[in-house]
Design a protein around this ligand. Structure first.
Ligand code: IMP
Ligand code: MG
Length: 179
C-alpha cells in the first residue's frame, strides 16, 4: 500500500485503509441482511463512484436481491430549459420493490436529493439510502440516510471509486488531499 500518491497537481496521503473499508462494509451488510430479509430488494449503485463499494457490499449480502447501476447524465436539452439531469441505465421495474441506493459518499447531498425525487416517480415500496462515507459538515439537505459507514471531516478524498478529475478511482485505500 502506498502511503502517499500524486494525482495531477495534488498530493494525497492515506487516511482510510482497505482493511477498515472492508470492516465497515461487512457491518453495513449485516444490518441490511437483518433489516431487509423480508423485502423484495434491489440494490442500485450510483455510477461512477459506487462501483467498488457495490461490488464489495454484494459479496456480503445473503438475502435474495437484484443488483443494478444507474447514472445521472447532465445535458443541455435546449436553450430554454437549460440543464436537464436524466437518470440512465434503469431497466428494472422498481414498482413495490425496496430500493437500496448505494453511494460512495454523501457530501452536500444535492446529487442524492435529485436522485430520490426521480426514483419516487417509479413507485417503489420504499427507498433505503446507504453510503460508505458521509461528510456531516457539508450536508445541506434533509433526507434520511439509513446506513452510514463512516463520518469523515470535510476534506477532499480519493480512492476506492472516488476521483480527482477522473483519476484515483483505482486504489483500494482512501487518501485525503494534503493541504
Ligand atoms: P453531493 O451531491 O455534494 O452529496 O456529492 C456527491 C458526489 O460528489 C459523490 O457521489 C462523489 O461522486 C462526489 N464527491 C463528494 N465528495 C467527494 C470527495 O471528497 N472526493 C471525490 N468525490 C467526491
Ligand atoms: Mg458519486
Amino acid at each position: 500500500m502506498k502511503k502517499e500518491i500524486q494525482l495531477k497537481d495534488k498530493q494525497f496521503q492515506v487516511s482510510i485503509r482497505a482493511k477498515e473499508i472492508q470492516e465497515i462494509i461487512r457491518k453495513i451488510a449485516n444490518n441490511i441482511n437483518n433489516d431487509l430479509k423480508n423485502e423484495e430488494v434491489i440494490f442500485l449503485g450510483i455510477l461512477n463512484g459506487s462501483f467498488m463499494i457495490l461490488a464489495d457490499l454484494m459479496k456480503e449480502i445473503t438475502i435474495p436481491c437484484l443488483v443494478s447501476f444507474v447514472k445521472f447524465s447532465s445535458y443541455d436539452k435546449d436553450k430554454s430549459t437549460g440543464k436537464v439531469r436524466e437518470l440512465i441505465g434503469l431497466d428494472e421495474n422498481l414498482k413495490n420493490k425496496t430500493v437500496v441506493v448505494v453511494e460512495d459518499i454523501i457530501d452536500s447531498g444535492l446529487t442524492l436529493d435529485n436522485l430520490l425525487i426521480t426514483l419516487k416517480t417509479y413507485s417503489p415500496k420504499k427507498i433505503v439510502v446507504t453510503t460508505l462515507l458521509f461528510k456531516p459538515q457539508a450536508f445541506a439537505r434533509s433526507f434520511k440516510i439509513d446506513y452510514i459507514g463512516k463520518e469523515i471531516p470535510n476534506d477532499f478524498i480519493v480512492g476506492y471509486g472516488l476521483d480527482y478529475d477522473g483519476f484515483g478511482r483505482n486504489y483500494k485505500d482512501i487518501y485525503t488531499v494534503k493541504k
